[in-house]
Design a protein around this ligand. Structure first.
Ligand code: AMP
Length: 280
């Protein structure tokens, strides 16, 4: 397995592979890898000849008061996980390699980034779209793998690829959870023991919503009420949002029908966690 920080060297190696007729997969990450990332790598490994994992904590997608500095980083640990998953190349650039002193470009979109995480993190998806565009240009893979954990991000990337004619297939992969149901996240490391215990409330509130929907509930407002009521039983939980939206355009809906995304963001103490259910 190779680890490269240079855009040019990475591009050259991927071009070599493609010239040999090999299929290439990209798994974009911010590192501090866990089983969720591993599931994307393993799926990419099965479906492609070469697997590239990018590890880059992208400053452009963090707001001024967010956790850019605190975000956990450990390249040695990540490299071992990648090696064990059969990854061929880690692309791990410095910030200065990705954003030179005269950098002014960005990619943004209307409508899809406005709601959910975009409402409380106004610069986030502009940063995500810009860095993913750069990664798609540096590593011209046939397929890129994203987790449904970040469902709005997945919807935005899918839309961006269609709208801007990227020649890449976007594969969405299921959420990997801890044994008690908490969605795996690099940010779970911020939680104290008590916060970690209470953080299961996100998944439990979504389970309650799914039970109600399976029992015939179609009213999106009622579904939101069920989730909110459950979250409010948890002393350490502070709701950022609870939303029921169309998975196609991330706009609020009144009836649970068609492709639906139920998405929540909740502070447990000072740590903001997200979770969701997608109904197709
Ligand atoms: P991150 O490093 O948090 O930017 O995540 C990189 C990729 O891994 C994104 O496509 C995430 O959606 C995906 N991912 C993160 N956590 C999970 C999880 N628990 N299950 C599945 N995919 C995940």
């Amino acid at each position: 397995m190779k680890i490269l920080g240079s855009i040019q060297e990475t591009r050259n190696l991927v071009k070599e592979w493609k010239a040999q007729g090999l299929s290439v997969a990209l798994v974009p990450t911010m590192g501090y890898l866990h089983e969720g990332h591993k599931s994307l790598m393993e799926r990419a490994r099965k479906e492609n000849d070469k697997v590239v994992v990018s590890i880059f904590v992208n400053p452009m997608q963090f707001g001024p008061n967010e956790d850019l500095e605190a975000y956990p980083r450990d390249l040695n640990r990540d490299a071992k996980i990648c090696e064990a998953a059969g990854v061929d190349l880690i692309f791990h650039p410095e910030v200065s390699e990705m954003y030179g002193p005269d950098f002014h470009g960005f990619v943004d979109m209307t409508v899809l980034p406005e709601k959910l995480c975009g409402a409380s993190r106004p610069v986030h998806f502009k940063g995500v779209q810009t860095v993913v565009t750069k990664l798609f240009h540096i590593i011209p893979a046939q397929r890129a793998y994203f987790g449904q954990k970040d469902a709005q991000q997945l919807a935005i990337i899918r839309r961006m690829v269609i709208d801007l004619d990227f020649d890449i297939e976007i594969i969405g992969c299921p959420i990997i959870r801890e044994e008690d149901g908490l969605a795996k996240s690099s940010r779970n490391t911020y939680l104290s023991e008590e916060e970690r215990r209470q953080a299961v409330i996100l998944n439990e509130s979504l389970n309650d919503a799914m039970c109600a929907i399976e029992a015939g509930e179609k009213d999106a407002a009622k579904v939101k009420e069920i989730i909110t009521a459950k979250l409010n039983t948890c002393p350490l939980a502070k709701i950022d949002y609870v939303e029921v939206v169309s998975f196609d355009n991330i706009q609020p809906i009144e009836k649970v029908e068609g492709a639906v995304l139920i998405a929540i963001a909740v502070y447990i103490g000072t740590t903001r966690l997200i979770d969701n259910r997608i109904i197709m």
